[in-house]
Write a protein that binds this ligand. Structure first.
Ligand SMILES: C[S@@+](CC[C@H](N)C(=O)[O-])C[C@H]1O[C@@H](n2cnc3c(N)ncnc32)[C@H](O)[C@@H]1O
Length: 307
């Protein structure tokens, strides 16, 4: 596959089954119980930040975590939001949900209640300019997202979007450990992964450098400092390996995309021998094609109460 042929939306679709396995069940259980109590006499308003192609909306309904809900899903990329709309329409049709589409809103009559989805292509920081301190939402969700922003700076502002006593669910927060097996060359494998981690610490926003390879574990402190109360936490590692019929679903694509991401991040790195790195990348893709590669990424999930 050439670099131009990789599709982020297909990667997010392939990632869904990996996430489904990974999400921490204890954290989900505590969230489910809390939502049950919280929802006693109200209609839930959810905001998901960095929602991608909308897979969390499907999951929350399919796993009976939400019923009657107004679900606002924002993502900076128009392509993701357009894809989410088409995908959700298909998903609703497959589930025999009655659908009404109005502008950017989709209304589904699901099994347990009415789901109103508002899909917005907007950057979080533009959204914050409009809604900061609005205290509008009952549940804030950020899934595979917080490791992309400056958490100490952004989290207090995100919390300002929640109503008093509102809840948060921050899932799949990367936590500094990637394992690729079998080894190609232990020393070189380690060098590549170390340099890859360093790129996570060199992100730029508004001219400022930020980034944290250990966002997962550091969230314990950041959530507390921002005034949040953690009710449950636990690991949600991605573990991808071939079974007797190869990788499940589209997970070989997911793996190729992860290798492609490492390739893109480091292709012109001055500390890497260019030829050796290209060979390493090719060998990793070959391991996927031969159904040999095992991939593990350590992550953490959190559920709690906003300040
Ligand atoms: C790793 S993806 C996860 C997407 C989705 N939550 C999932 O797991 O399938 C991160 C998403 O955050 C979006 N994103 C990144 N920065 C953003 C920002 N500043 N505001 C809104 N969305 C953003 C990206 O477009 C991308 O879809």
């Amino acid at each position: 596959m050439t670099p131009e042929e990789y599709s982020f939306t297909r990667y997010l679709a392939a990632k869904k089954s990996v996430d489904d396995r990974a999400l921490n069940r204890q954290v989900l259980q505590v969230m489910g119980d809390s939502l049950g109590e919280f929802l006693y006499d109200r209609h839930l308003k959810v905001l998901e930040i960095g929602a991608g192609i909308g897979t969390m909306i499907e999951r929350m309904v399919d796993w009976d975590l939400i019923a009657d809900v107004e679900y606002t899903a924002i993502d900076a990329e128009v392509e993701n939001i357009d894809f989410a709309r088409q995908r959700l329409l298909k998903w609703a049709a497959q589930n025999d949900f009655h659908i009404v589409q109005k502008g950017s809103e989709l209304k589904f009559s699901a099994k347990r209640g009415e789901v109103l989805v508002k899909l917005l292509a907007v950057d979080l920081f533009d959204f914050l300019k409009r809604y900061e301190e609005s205290n509008s939402w009952d549940l804030l969700i950020a899934h595979a997202f917080l490791d992309l922003v400056d958490v100490p700076d952004t989290l207090p502002r995100i919390f300002g979007l929640a109503c008093e006593g509102g809840l948060f669910y921050f899932s799949i927060n990367y936590d500094g450990l990637t394992i690729l097996q079998p080894a190609i060359d232990n020393m070189f494998d380690q060098q590549v992964l170390e340099l890859y981690h360093l790129t996570m610490e060199q992100r730029i926003h508004n001219g400022n450098r930020f980034g944290d390879r250990n966002t997962g574990r550091d969230l314990f402190q950041h959530i507390r400092q921002a005034g949040g109360h953690i009710q449950s936490s636990g690991s949600s590692d991605w573990v991808v390996h071939p079974g007797s019929n190869g990788y499940p679903g589209d997970e070989s694509y997911f793996l190729h995309f992860i290798i492609h991401t490492i390739h893109r991040a480091l292709e012109n790195h001055p500390d890497l021998d260019h030829q050796r790195f290209s060979d390493w990348i090719r060998q990793r893709h070959d391991q996927v094609d031969r159904q040999e590669l095992v991939y593990i990424a350590h992550q953490l999930d959190y559920f709690g109460i906003c300040p």
